[in-house]
Design a protein. Structure first.
Length: 76
């Protein structure tokens, strides 16, 4: 089963976030709860953890800003 990685809404007024760093690489196998990437908003930087175990497909790019809900990767 594949899990989509979407930009989470970390606050009530948050509408977008910037991927400042992918901690894992495309094709890497991860475990549930492992940090995948760092997301920066206008107020904070947050480490985002994997919702499941599997192989990561990275779609979003470091340094790019994405709207909340945008698919930035998958775990399959």
């Amino acid at each position: 089963m594949s899990h989509e990685l979407r930009v989470p809404q970390l606050g009530v007024t948050m509408t977008e976030g910037e991927i400042t760093e992918w901690v894992v690489e495309n094709g890497e196998t991860v475990t549930e709860g492992q940090v995948l990437y760092v997301l920066a908003t206008d107020k904070t930087e947050t480490e985002i953890e994997s919702p499941a175990a599997g192989v990561v497909e990275v779609l979003g790019k470091e340094g790019e800003t994405y709207q909340v809900g945008t698919v930035i990767g998958r775990i399959g």
